[in-house]
Write a protein that binds this ligand. Structure first.
Ligand SMILES: *Cc1c(COP(=O)(O)O)cnc(C)c1O
Length: 492
């Protein structure tokens, strides 16, 4: 299996999977995609006896063909195990009479990013072993929350890698910040930025493109890479759980080729695109229901066939979906293969100019207002005693609006504990007066459960990273960290 850039022409360079995983993004700025999507070599209905890791090994061998079977077993077992996940099912499917929830939040940071970010570091370090004279890979990331926390957990103490995460000092939740500043690991650096997420993100991009810096780092044996959602090593592992969800339905008695809908709370379009790949491989998916919050670029596109990011930005209670240019949409544009004008459309996509694109019949879109999200959290709890987070609630609203009694799975992307304030105040405004940490305890009592161990001692963990820099000093911070001073160099 070889990979090409979405922006390349027919003669463009082709890479192996491991090469794309180390590289992250193509030199022409495009995203890597497999040359073609393989058909599943076992009928999906015959997988139902297998556990998560067996599903992962089977699925990945279609795509990551330059990894040996032994390497894949090592990567998969290092990712999906009892240390990284709090349930042996890894991604349990909670079945209810009208709909099922696929819980993708049982990893270290209680959000779906862990599904891929538990595996990516092992895929990268294995890829580096295939590379002659590899440099130390420096993962450089600006985060508005989930990706940073999850990447830190995934990359900590991985050989041949360092990770530096910049977060906007006042732009992440109290709990996310506490997670980051207490992060353990010998190769982990976390730095606050006096600016907003966009400032931090733009500066990280500038540091990436700084050719002088690149040369300087190369002499010292370092090379930057990215762990964000456009890396093929994040996107392909996400196909696994669509097959796994289907297997669990078959195991509970569903007939073996019955079509199923998936509702996916969508931001950067990575998760739902993995579902589309699953469908193309032959998984019996009827509709992929794309759920948006008030930043409803994708809803408007699926509704009208016009994609238009040029609009006001809304801050919502589902922040991981507050996105106007979904970076993986470029892969969909490439798949639709408009007769003429693929490249023009990709240029318009990044320039925030509107364009038309035929809507594949596999998708429908719906969106939820903030009020609808709160009402959904309350409704699901009062009817089923089951708590859902605001992102999953957006999907629940989309499912209600789709309003068909077809077999459907809601893809559940974050634990309700991660968004305790929104969840609890949706149930009852009396919770307004509690702080985020107190609410974790309150939430546990509602379901007769326990605060997840991933969060239980969060408040009392030792702070290990208390450096904050101006946006203009971010590059300096990177240099000092790589020169060996660590962030301790700033602590005075
Ligand atoms: C990242 C994220 C999403 C959006 O997923 P995409 O793959 O970017 O569409 C939805 N919910 C949560 C909780 C997330 O962290």
């Amino acid at each position: 299996m070889q990979y090409v850039s979405t922006r390349g022409d027919n003669n463009a360079e082709k890479l192996t999977a491991s090469e794309t995983i180390v590289k992250g993004i193509a030199d022409d700025g495009g995203l890597y995609v497999p040359e073609s999507i393989p058909k599943a070599d076992v009928p999906p209905s015959e997988l139902s006896g297998f556990n998560y890791n067996a599903h992962a090994l089977w699925l990945l061998h279609h795509f990551l063909t330059d990894y040996t079977p032994a390497e894949m077993v090592y990567c998969v077992d290092s990712a999906y195990n009892a240390i990284n996940f709090d349930t042996p099912e890894i991604a349990p499917l909670v079945q209810m009479p009208d709909v099922s929830f696929l819980e993708l939040y049982h990893g270290k940071t209680l959000a779906f990013k862990d599904m891929a970010l538990s595996l990516l570091p092992h895929l990268m370090s294995t890829a580096l072993k295939k590379t002659p004279n590899p440099k130390t890979q420096v993962i450089l990331t600006a985060t508005s929350g989930d990706t940073g926390v999850s990447a830190l957990e995934g990359f900590k103490d991985i050989d041949g890698m360092k990770i530096i995460v910049f977060y906007p000092e006042n732009g992440v939740s109290v709990i996310q910040k506490q997670h980051m500043i207490t992060q353990t690991g010998n190769n982990v650096h976390v730095v606050g930025v006096k600016g907003n997420f966009d400032d931090a993100q733009s500066e990280v991009k500038r540091i990436f493109l700084d050719t002088q810096l690149k040369q300087q780092l190369a002499t010292d044996g370092y090379e930057f890479t990215s762990a964000n959602s456009i890396n093929t090593g994040r996107f392909i592992p996400q196909i696994v759980y669509y097959f796994y969800a289907y297997s669990q339905l078959v195991k509970s008695g569903m007939s073996s080729d019955e079509p199923v809908n998936f509702v996916v709370p969508t931001g950067n379009f990575g998760n739902i695109l993995a579902g589309y790949y699953a469908k193309k491989m032959g998984l019996p998916i009827n509709k992929l229901i794309c759920a948006s919050n008030e930043n409803k670029v994708l809803f408007d596109y699926f509704d009208t066939g016009v994609f238009d990011s040029n609009r006001p930005f809304h801050l919502t209670t589902s922040p991981s979906m507050d996105i106007l240019i979904p970076s993986n949409f470029e892969r969909l544009v490439h798949m639709v293969k408009p007769e003429n004008g693929l490249q023009e459309r990709l240029v318009k996509l990044s320039a925030k100019e509107q364009f038309k694109l035929d809507v594949p019949a596999d998708f429908v879109g719906f969106y939820a207002t903030e009020q609808e999200v709160q009402a959904a959290i309350k409704k699901v709890y009062s009817e089923h005693g089951y708590l859902i987070d605001p992102h999953t609630a957006v999907a629940h609203v989309a499912h209600q609006k789709y309003n068909k009694s077809e077999k459907t799975v809601i893809v559940s992307t974050a634990s309700p504990y991660k968004f305790a304030k929104t969840v609890m105040t949706s149930l009852d405004s009396k919770y307004q007066k509690y702080d985020d940490f107190a609410l974790l305890e309150q939430m546990a009592t509602l379901t007769n459960g326990l605060v997840p161990p991933q969060f239980a001692d969060l408040k009392t963990r030792e702070v290990r990273h208390n450096t904050t820099v101006e946006v203009n000093d971010m590059k300096d911070a990177v240099l000092k960290i790589l020169a060996g001073g660590g962030t301790a160099a700033f602590h005075q």
